[in-house]
Ligand binder design. Structure first.
Ligand code: SF4
Length: 349
């Protein structure tokens, strides 16, 4: 099968135009149509010679990616997209509109090997990595939708399905194109990648010259509890995460975020807040508390509001910077993987 047109790079665009006997500036025009304008239908690339456009149709799978389902919440602040990635598989991506911010949440893998206890994406394990083009397809399709709503994209977060640091060879080139002024043109500081902590991937990400934002999905104040919530043996320990956060600050001058999903009676007690404050006392960063979104198949519950408030206040009192994620899109299965789960074929019935 032909590659998606979103697999195009500066180099491959140059090779294509030169092989077609065209001047080099045509490569820039082609790259601009795809990533700056988000036009994936070659018929609309009006400034390119028509014979070259016809040729592109034989080289690439063109046109917008296939979307299997779209859901929006009642407040119209969140839209969730289920992208068909072939072989009966799909991945989710989300447009989140909040004040002046419009954020795209992207997936990097089909399924996920980490299998966090609270997440639907990991229920069936990992199927495969997404390619650079499949990651960019999500971004471009949702950016186009956001433009229709009059919402320019301000941020991208790689927090959807999959563990991004296990797909570094596709993730980094996708981010590069997202950030490229001749590509999607989104500022590196507005791009956040979230990881449970995969040592090699985090080290490679830290070496990147671009000023991306790094977030660790911590979810517990100690290794024993973390192993229950994030049952991935290759995940870094809490101490290694703290070290990596310090390294990131030193190397990039960027503070990291510690994501912490609050699960009732599991990691939301006052003793957990105390332990978390101790763990993070010597590292600069922000704790982002994410009250759990119920997933039917999972045993966890969202803590009552007063427990969430108390946990946040306790951390602040102990000197940590804390944000609490607002409740968003819970009526459209906002937690990662739920839309995919509901759209999976029912086996054996
Ligand atoms: S929360 Fe993220 S890392 Fe954990 S299973 Fe879900 S997709 Fe994977």
């Amino acid at each position: 099968m032909a590659p998606r047109i979103t697999e195009l790079t500066h180099d491959s665009a140059r090779e294509l135009v030169l092989a077609a006997g065209l001047p080099e500036y045509r490569a820039k025009q082609l790259f601009n149509w795809v990533f700056a304008k988000g036009v994936l239908d070659v018929g609309r690339m009006r400034n390119l010679p028509s014979a070259f456009r016809t040729h592109l149709e034989t080289v690439f799978d063109v046109g917008p990616p296939k979307v299997r389902a779209i859901e929006s919440d009642r407040q119209s602040t969140t839209e969730k997209f289920l992208f068909d990635v072939g072989a009966g598989e799909s991945v989710e991506a989300v447009l989140i509109m909040e004040g002046d911010r419009s954020t795209i949440c992207l997936s990097t893998q089909v399924g996920c090997p980490v299998k966090c206890g609270f997440c639907a994406s990991g229920l069936f394990g990992l199927k495969r990595n997404l390619t650079r083009g499949e990651i960019l397809d999500q971004y471009l399709a949702i950016r186009t939708r956001a433009a229709e709503l009059g919402r320019p994209i301000t941020n991208a977060v790689v927090m959807g399905m999959g563990e991004p640091m296990l797909n570094i060879p596709n993730l980094l080139p996708a981010l590069e194109t997202m950030n490229d002024p001749e590509g999607c043109g989104l500022g590196a500081r507005h791009i956040t990648v979230s990881t449970v902590g995969v040592k090699k991937g985090v080290e490679r990400f830290t070496e990147e010259p671009r000023q991306y934002t790094l977030a660790f999905s911590l979810h517990a104040p100690n290794d024993a509890l973390r192993a229950e919530i994030v049952p991935f043996p290759a995940a870094m320990t809490c101490a290694e995460i703290v070290d990596a956060a310090r390294n990131y600050l030193e190397a990039k001058g960027r503070e990291v975020t510690f994501e912490y999903v609050l699960l009732d009676e599991v990691n939301s007690r006052p003793s957990h807040a105390r332990e978390l404050a101790e763990l993070l006392q010597d590292v600069r960063g922000t704790v982002n508390l994410i009250p759990f979104n119920a997933v039917d198949e999972q045993p966890f519950r969202r803590p009552p509001d007063h427990v969430i408030d108390l946990f946040a206040e306790d951390l602040r009192y102990r000197g940590l910077k804390v944000t609490v994620r607002k409740r968003k899109g819970h009526d459209i299965a906002a937690a990662c993987g739920q839309l995919r789960l509901r759209n999976m074929p029912i086996v054996g019935s």
